[in-house]
Write a protein that binds this ligand. Structure first.
Ligand code: ZN
Length: 142
């Protein structure tokens, strides 16, 4: 049984929504070819996923044209982005390298339960507001 309030979203669904939102923010729309390139997937794989996302009501999909996210698609993408930013901030506070952080975040972020994310988020805030505590930790772990 899943924790309360957590919709059933696969890693792949989340990856697609995350990339589509990035593209829409930059270009005003997303296209299958751009999403395929960003995720290093084939166009037909992405095309199938976009149809699934459209059936779930996340995507305004018109064949042969760019697509955008619906209001509920945007809400889900915003959650994903917040989570991405929290995990990124946490790994940055640990002092990890930028390249490591970018690769790790994409792997880790889909597998966090809400209660784990909430705890991480508190730790990030705590260290942000108590820099001496973070400095002490960083010194402890060179
Ligand atoms: Zn991400």
């Amino acid at each position: 049984m899943r924790p309360e309030g957590r919709p059933n979203r696969s890693e792949s669904v989340e990856d697609h929504l995350e990339r589509i939102q990035d593209l829409v923010d930059r270009l005003g729309y997303a296209r299958v070819s751009d999403v395929a390139e960003a995720l290093e997937l084939s166009r037909s794989t992405v095309s199938n996923m976009i149809r699934r996302l459209a059936k779930r009501g996340y995507v305004n999909y018109q064949r042969y044209r760019g697509f955008t996210l619906t209001e509920s698609g945007r809400a889900v993408a915003a959650d994903i982005r917040t989570r991405h930013e929290t995990v990124t901030a946490f790994l940055r506070q640990l002092g990890l390298e930028k390249d490591t952080i970018e690769a790790e975040v994409e792997d880790i972020e889909h597998h966090l339960k809400p209660q784990t994310l909430a705890a991480l988020s508190s730790l990030v805030e705590y260290w942000e507001s108590h820099p001496t505590a973070l400095a002490a930790f960083r010194k402890y772990r060179p």
